[in-house]
Design a protein around this ligand. Structure first.
Ligand SMILES: Cc1cc2nc3c(=O)[nH]c(=O)nc-3n(C[C@H](O)[C@H](O)[C@H](O)COP(=O)(O)O)c2cc1C
Length: 240
Protein backbone atom coordinates (compact mmCIF):
# COMPACT_ATOMS: atom_id res chain seq x y z
CA UNK A 1 0.00 0.00 0.00
CA UNK A 2 1.25 3.52 -0.76
CA UNK A 3 2.11 5.77 2.19
CA UNK A 4 -0.24 8.72 1.78
CA UNK A 5 0.76 12.39 1.58
CA UNK A 6 4.44 11.92 0.69
CA UNK A 7 5.20 14.16 -2.29
CA UNK A 8 7.23 11.68 -4.32
CA UNK A 9 4.59 9.00 -3.69
CA UNK A 10 1.86 11.34 -4.88
CA UNK A 11 3.85 12.20 -8.00
CA UNK A 12 4.29 8.51 -8.76
CA UNK A 13 0.61 7.93 -8.10
CA UNK A 14 -0.29 10.60 -10.66
CA UNK A 15 1.76 8.77 -13.31
CA UNK A 16 0.95 5.12 -12.51
CA UNK A 17 -1.98 2.98 -11.52
CA UNK A 18 -1.65 0.96 -8.32
CA UNK A 19 -1.78 -2.85 -8.59
CA UNK A 20 -5.33 -2.81 -7.21
CA UNK A 21 -6.45 -0.26 -9.80
CA UNK A 22 -4.88 -2.36 -12.55
CA UNK A 23 -6.96 -5.37 -11.46
CA UNK A 24 -10.13 -3.26 -11.24
CA UNK A 25 -9.68 -1.64 -14.65
CA UNK A 26 -8.63 -4.79 -16.51
CA UNK A 27 -11.27 -7.15 -15.07
CA UNK A 28 -13.86 -8.41 -17.54
CA UNK A 29 -16.57 -11.02 -17.21
CA UNK A 30 -15.14 -14.33 -18.37
CA UNK A 31 -17.50 -16.61 -20.30
CA UNK A 32 -15.03 -19.26 -21.46
CA UNK A 33 -13.15 -21.43 -18.95
CA UNK A 34 -10.58 -24.18 -18.99
CA UNK A 35 -11.74 -27.52 -17.60
CA UNK A 36 -9.05 -27.81 -14.87
CA UNK A 37 -10.35 -27.22 -11.37
CA UNK A 38 -9.09 -24.26 -9.31
CA UNK A 39 -6.99 -25.35 -6.28
CA UNK A 40 -9.04 -25.37 -3.09
CA UNK A 41 -6.69 -22.97 -1.27
CA UNK A 42 -7.41 -20.29 -3.89
CA UNK A 43 -11.16 -20.60 -3.40
CA UNK A 44 -10.65 -20.43 0.36
CA UNK A 45 -8.64 -17.20 -0.08
CA UNK A 46 -11.37 -15.78 -2.33
CA UNK A 47 -13.98 -16.59 0.32
CA UNK A 48 -11.79 -14.78 2.88
CA UNK A 49 -11.83 -11.68 0.66
CA UNK A 50 -15.64 -11.87 0.76
CA UNK A 51 -15.67 -12.33 4.52
CA UNK A 52 -13.58 -9.17 4.99
CA UNK A 53 -16.09 -6.95 3.15
CA UNK A 54 -17.72 -4.04 4.97
CA UNK A 55 -21.43 -4.32 5.75
CA UNK A 56 -24.08 -2.04 7.25
CA UNK A 57 -23.97 -2.32 11.04
CA UNK A 58 -21.29 -4.99 10.53
CA UNK A 59 -24.21 -7.39 10.13
CA UNK A 60 -22.31 -9.50 7.55
CA UNK A 61 -25.66 -10.65 6.14
CA UNK A 62 -24.27 -13.34 3.83
CA UNK A 63 -23.60 -17.01 3.52
CA UNK A 64 -21.53 -18.56 0.76
CA UNK A 65 -22.06 -21.95 -0.88
CA UNK A 66 -19.30 -23.46 -3.02
CA UNK A 67 -20.35 -25.73 -5.89
CA UNK A 68 -17.66 -27.86 -7.50
CA UNK A 69 -19.69 -30.96 -8.32
CA UNK A 70 -20.29 -31.11 -12.10
CA UNK A 71 -23.55 -33.00 -11.56
CA UNK A 72 -24.95 -30.27 -9.32
CA UNK A 73 -23.70 -27.47 -11.59
CA UNK A 74 -25.15 -29.30 -14.63
CA UNK A 75 -28.43 -30.07 -12.86
CA UNK A 76 -28.99 -26.46 -11.81
CA UNK A 77 -28.14 -25.37 -15.35
CA UNK A 78 -30.78 -27.76 -16.77
CA UNK A 79 -33.38 -26.35 -14.37
CA UNK A 80 -32.55 -22.77 -15.41
CA UNK A 81 -32.70 -23.66 -19.12
CA UNK A 82 -36.09 -25.34 -18.57
CA UNK A 83 -37.42 -22.28 -16.73
CA UNK A 84 -36.08 -19.99 -19.47
CA UNK A 85 -37.91 -22.13 -22.07
CA UNK A 86 -41.13 -21.74 -20.10
CA UNK A 87 -40.73 -17.94 -19.76
CA UNK A 88 -39.73 -17.67 -23.40
CA UNK A 89 -42.80 -19.64 -24.54
CA UNK A 90 -45.01 -17.48 -22.34
CA UNK A 91 -43.53 -14.08 -23.18
CA UNK A 92 -41.29 -13.95 -26.25
CA UNK A 93 -43.51 -11.97 -28.63
CA UNK A 94 -40.63 -11.52 -31.10
CA UNK A 95 -41.10 -15.04 -32.45
CA UNK A 96 -42.90 -15.45 -35.79
CA UNK A 97 -46.68 -15.60 -35.18
CA UNK A 98 -46.49 -14.59 -31.51
CA UNK A 99 -46.96 -10.81 -31.76
CA UNK A 100 -50.25 -11.24 -29.87
CA UNK A 101 -48.16 -11.92 -26.75
CA UNK A 102 -46.73 -8.41 -26.89
CA UNK A 103 -49.26 -6.67 -24.55
CA UNK A 104 -48.86 -9.43 -21.93
CA UNK A 105 -45.05 -9.31 -22.21
CA UNK A 106 -45.03 -5.51 -21.92
CA UNK A 107 -47.27 -5.72 -18.85
CA UNK A 108 -44.96 -8.31 -17.25
CA UNK A 109 -41.89 -6.19 -18.07
CA UNK A 110 -43.56 -3.23 -16.39
CA UNK A 111 -44.57 -5.23 -13.32
CA UNK A 112 -41.27 -7.11 -12.93
CA UNK A 113 -38.94 -4.51 -14.45
CA UNK A 114 -35.83 -5.66 -12.56
CA UNK A 115 -36.16 -9.26 -13.72
CA UNK A 116 -37.55 -8.61 -17.19
CA UNK A 117 -35.53 -5.58 -18.22
CA UNK A 118 -34.96 -5.94 -22.02
CA UNK A 119 -31.38 -7.19 -21.52
CA UNK A 120 -32.20 -10.22 -19.34
CA UNK A 121 -35.31 -10.74 -21.45
CA UNK A 122 -33.05 -11.26 -24.48
CA UNK A 123 -30.79 -13.49 -22.42
CA UNK A 124 -33.79 -15.63 -21.38
CA UNK A 125 -34.40 -16.47 -25.05
CA UNK A 126 -30.70 -17.15 -25.69
CA UNK A 127 -30.58 -19.46 -22.69
CA UNK A 128 -33.80 -21.22 -23.77
CA UNK A 129 -32.22 -21.85 -27.19
CA UNK A 130 -29.01 -23.18 -25.62
CA UNK A 131 -26.95 -20.28 -27.06
CA UNK A 132 -25.95 -18.98 -23.61
CA UNK A 133 -24.92 -21.27 -20.77
CA UNK A 134 -25.53 -20.55 -17.11
CA UNK A 135 -22.07 -20.57 -15.49
CA UNK A 136 -20.23 -20.71 -18.82
CA UNK A 137 -18.46 -24.00 -18.02
CA UNK A 138 -16.70 -22.65 -14.91
CA UNK A 139 -15.59 -25.53 -12.64
CA UNK A 140 -16.27 -23.60 -9.39
CA UNK A 141 -19.32 -21.56 -8.47
CA UNK A 142 -19.80 -19.44 -5.35
CA UNK A 143 -23.44 -18.86 -4.52
CA UNK A 144 -24.00 -15.77 -2.38
CA UNK A 145 -26.99 -15.94 -0.08
CA UNK A 146 -28.29 -12.89 1.76
CA UNK A 147 -29.58 -12.95 5.32
CA UNK A 148 -32.89 -11.15 4.80
CA UNK A 149 -32.77 -9.86 8.41
CA UNK A 150 -29.65 -7.79 7.64
CA UNK A 151 -29.48 -4.08 8.47
CA UNK A 152 -30.42 -1.61 5.72
CA UNK A 153 -29.77 -3.40 2.41
CA UNK A 154 -28.43 -6.99 2.58
CA UNK A 155 -28.32 -7.14 -1.23
CA UNK A 156 -25.89 -4.23 -1.28
CA UNK A 157 -23.69 -5.85 1.38
CA UNK A 158 -23.69 -9.10 -0.62
CA UNK A 159 -22.71 -7.15 -3.73
CA UNK A 160 -19.75 -5.64 -1.91
CA UNK A 161 -18.67 -9.05 -0.57
CA UNK A 162 -19.07 -10.53 -4.06
CA UNK A 163 -16.99 -7.83 -5.71
CA UNK A 164 -14.26 -8.30 -3.09
CA UNK A 165 -14.18 -11.96 -4.16
CA UNK A 166 -14.18 -11.05 -7.87
CA UNK A 167 -11.26 -8.66 -7.47
CA UNK A 168 -9.32 -11.17 -5.34
CA UNK A 169 -9.89 -13.90 -7.95
CA UNK A 170 -8.71 -11.70 -10.85
CA UNK A 171 -5.66 -10.62 -8.86
CA UNK A 172 -4.73 -14.35 -8.76
CA UNK A 173 -5.11 -14.73 -12.54
CA UNK A 174 -8.53 -16.38 -12.37
CA UNK A 175 -11.58 -15.36 -14.36
CA UNK A 176 -15.03 -14.72 -12.91
CA UNK A 177 -18.53 -13.87 -14.05
CA UNK A 178 -21.42 -12.72 -11.92
CA UNK A 179 -24.42 -14.92 -12.75
CA UNK A 180 -27.74 -13.57 -11.52
CA UNK A 181 -29.62 -16.03 -13.73
CA UNK A 182 -29.01 -18.79 -11.17
CA UNK A 183 -31.95 -17.21 -9.31
CA UNK A 184 -34.29 -19.10 -11.61
CA UNK A 185 -33.23 -22.32 -9.86
CA UNK A 186 -31.87 -21.23 -6.49
CA UNK A 187 -34.73 -18.89 -5.58
CA UNK A 188 -37.64 -20.28 -7.59
CA UNK A 189 -37.06 -24.04 -7.49
CA UNK A 190 -37.95 -25.72 -4.16
CA UNK A 191 -36.04 -28.92 -5.00
CA UNK A 192 -32.70 -27.12 -5.48
CA UNK A 193 -33.31 -24.89 -2.48
CA UNK A 194 -33.86 -27.98 -0.32
CA UNK A 195 -30.86 -29.80 -1.77
CA UNK A 196 -28.53 -26.84 -1.09
CA UNK A 197 -30.12 -26.00 2.26
CA UNK A 198 -31.35 -22.54 1.22
CA UNK A 199 -34.04 -21.56 3.71
CA UNK A 200 -35.01 -18.67 6.00
CA UNK A 201 -33.28 -16.39 6.88
CA UNK A 202 -31.21 -16.99 3.75
CA UNK A 203 -32.24 -16.21 0.21
CA UNK A 204 -30.38 -16.27 -3.10
CA UNK A 205 -28.58 -12.95 -3.73
CA UNK A 206 -26.31 -13.79 -6.67
CA UNK A 207 -23.61 -16.16 -7.84
CA UNK A 208 -20.08 -16.13 -9.23
CA UNK A 209 -18.60 -18.42 -11.87
CA UNK A 210 -14.89 -18.91 -11.18
CA UNK A 211 -12.18 -20.68 -13.15
CA UNK A 212 -9.07 -20.42 -15.25
CA UNK A 213 -9.92 -18.27 -18.27
CA UNK A 214 -9.53 -19.68 -21.76
CA UNK A 215 -7.48 -17.19 -23.73
CA UNK A 216 -6.85 -13.78 -22.26
CA UNK A 217 -10.18 -12.00 -22.00
CA UNK A 218 -9.10 -9.47 -19.36
CA UNK A 219 -8.41 -5.99 -20.64
CA UNK A 220 -9.53 -2.43 -20.36
CA UNK A 221 -12.44 -1.38 -22.56
CA UNK A 222 -14.09 1.98 -23.11
CA UNK A 223 -16.93 2.55 -20.66
CA UNK A 224 -19.96 4.77 -20.79
CA UNK A 225 -19.24 8.03 -19.00
CA UNK A 226 -21.72 9.20 -16.41
CA UNK A 227 -21.71 12.84 -15.38
CA UNK A 228 -20.48 13.52 -11.85
CA UNK A 229 -21.65 16.69 -10.13
CA UNK A 230 -18.84 18.17 -7.99
CA UNK A 231 -19.54 20.83 -5.33
CA UNK A 232 -16.59 22.67 -3.78
CA UNK A 233 -15.69 26.12 -2.44
CA UNK A 234 -19.21 27.46 -2.93
CA UNK A 235 -19.27 26.50 -6.63
CA UNK A 236 -19.97 23.41 -8.68
CA UNK A 237 -18.79 21.71 -11.85
CA UNK A 238 -19.68 18.65 -13.87
CA UNK A 239 -16.92 16.18 -14.57
CA UNK A 240 -16.90 13.04 -16.74
C1 LIG B 1 -25.35 -8.54 -10.49
C2 LIG B 1 -24.86 -9.05 -11.83
C3 LIG B 1 -25.52 -10.11 -12.45
C4 LIG B 1 -25.04 -10.60 -13.67
N1 LIG B 1 -25.64 -11.71 -14.22
C5 LIG B 1 -25.11 -12.26 -15.34
C6 LIG B 1 -25.63 -13.50 -15.85
O1 LIG B 1 -26.58 -14.06 -15.33
N2 LIG B 1 -25.00 -14.05 -16.93
C7 LIG B 1 -23.90 -13.46 -17.52
O2 LIG B 1 -23.36 -14.02 -18.47
N3 LIG B 1 -23.40 -12.26 -17.08
C8 LIG B 1 -23.98 -11.67 -16.00
N4 LIG B 1 -23.44 -10.51 -15.49
C9 LIG B 1 -22.25 -9.89 -16.12
C10 LIG B 1 -22.59 -8.59 -16.87
O3 LIG B 1 -23.24 -8.92 -18.06
C11 LIG B 1 -21.26 -7.83 -17.11
O4 LIG B 1 -20.69 -7.48 -15.87
C12 LIG B 1 -21.47 -6.56 -17.91
O5 LIG B 1 -21.93 -6.86 -19.22
C13 LIG B 1 -20.18 -5.71 -18.01
O6 LIG B 1 -19.14 -6.47 -18.62
P1 LIG B 1 -17.76 -6.77 -17.85
O7 LIG B 1 -18.11 -7.50 -16.58
O8 LIG B 1 -16.95 -7.60 -18.80
O9 LIG B 1 -17.13 -5.48 -17.52
C14 LIG B 1 -23.93 -9.98 -14.30
C15 LIG B 1 -23.30 -8.89 -13.68
C16 LIG B 1 -23.74 -8.43 -12.46
C17 LIG B 1 -23.02 -7.30 -11.78
Amino acid sequence: MIEPMQTDNLERLQREFTETEKVIFSRRSVRLYRKEQVPEFMIRRILEAGRFAPSAGNAQPWKFIVLRDPEIIGGITDTVVGTCRMFSNMLDYRREGFSWLRPLAKLMIRLRHNELHPMPFTAVSLMAEGKLTLWHGAPTVIVILKDVRGVSSPDLDCGIAGQNMVIAAHSMGLGTCWVGFAKLALDLNPTWKKKLGISFPYKFANSLAIGWPQGNPDGMVARQTHAVEWFEDGGSKTIY
